[in-house]
Design a protein around this ligand. Structure first.
Ligand code: FAD
Length: 268
């Protein structure tokens, strides 16, 4: 097997190729482990598709595919859907109306120094960060979807998706524990700004826990993010103790994961 060529990229950008690859992997690999979708699984999947259809930035072909999938799922009176039918729709849409989702995985910001590291989990974090920022930028996007009543719809859908489908079961347990925590869980998140910051903070807690673990890519060591190089004003020091300037972190996240910072380089 020839290793993929290294793709030069800029750590201060977010790449649509990673987001598209996340959806590709999710729809074609992760979901394939479930021969039929029914009950709670079906509901969780529908909500996920709705969320992406409404909040994925740019209105391009990914949005078209997710809208089609969402309309189809909502129009079906069925209580269970074979996974193969989902796959057929995804594949058909690709051949009839052009390529909606890349037919291969193409990691850029999520590429690894050797196979088996980074990739999908990296891209899933990236996707959900983008969705929290997009929900903040377009507050009415979820109106009339059934998700508009939740204070933190992106986190709630993410939590249910991870718990139900994410291939790394241990990750799912950890994430559910954090999301369900009495004092600082997802139910305590009351605003779109808090939603962005909750996910950032939770991601940093995972980074800290995993720092130095075998799953660490030596080219991308786990560390508090954003680094001082990426966002100097996010960091402060009081009496020699590091603190985050949360206002500047929020401003940075809105910029970093915002639509205008998405790069189409390497995307199909
Ligand atoms: P990732 O942590 O995947 O980060 C991807 C990119 O996001 C980084 O390159 C950086 O650009 C940016 N980023 C980093 N930190 C932040 C932040 N705080 N806020 C915003 N953006 C940031 N693995 C385990 O071994 N055990 C677990 O319990 C576990 N739980 C997980 C739970 C979830 C919900 C997910 C999606 C993944 C989990 N993983 C877990 C996988 C792990 O977190 C990493 O995704 C994986 O090890 C790949 O790491 P990475 O170096 O690509 O960086």
């Amino acid at each position: 097997e020839t290793p993929e060529p290294w793709r030069d990229f800029d750590r201060s950008r977010v790449y649509t190729a990673d987001l598209e690859s996340a959806l590709h992997y999710l729809l074609r690999v992760e979901l394939a482990a479930h021969a039929t979708l029914q009950g709670e699984e079906l509901k969780v999947f529908k909500d996920f598709v709705t969320l992406v259809a409404k909040l994925y930035p740019g209105g391009g072909s990914v949005v078209k595919l997710m809208e089609t999938l969402s309309d189809w799922l909502l129009s079906l009176p069925l209580e269970q859907i074979p996974y193969q039918a989902v796959l057929d729709l995804v594949d058909n849409k690709m051949t009839i109306s052009g390529v909606f989702l890349g037919a291969e995985l193409r990691w850029v910001g999520c590429q690894a120094s050797r196979p088996g590291l980074r990739g999908y989990p990296c891209s899933l974090w990236t996707l959900f960060h983008v969705l929290t920022v997009q929900h903040d930028a377009t507050p009415t996007a979820l109106d009339n979807t059934g998700l508009e009543g939740e204070a933190a719809p992106v986190l709630q859908v993410m939590r249910r998706y991870i718990r139900t489908f994410f291939g790394c079961k241990e990750c799912g347990r950890h994430f559910e524990q954090a999301a369900a925590a009495a004092a600082a869980g997802v139910d305590e998140v009351k605003s779109r700004e808090q939603q962005i910051l909750w996910l950032w903070n939770q991601h940093n807690r995972v980074n800290t826990r995993l720092s130095g673990a075998l799953s660490d890519d030596p080219l991308f060591p786990k560390a508090p993010w954003p680094s001082p190089a990426l966002c100097p004003s996010c960091h402060e020091e009081t009496n020699g103790v590091h603190t985050w300037n949360q206002d500047n972190v929020l401003r940075f996240l809105r910029h970093h994961y915002g639509a205008s910072n998405l790069s189409p380089k390497y995307s199909l």
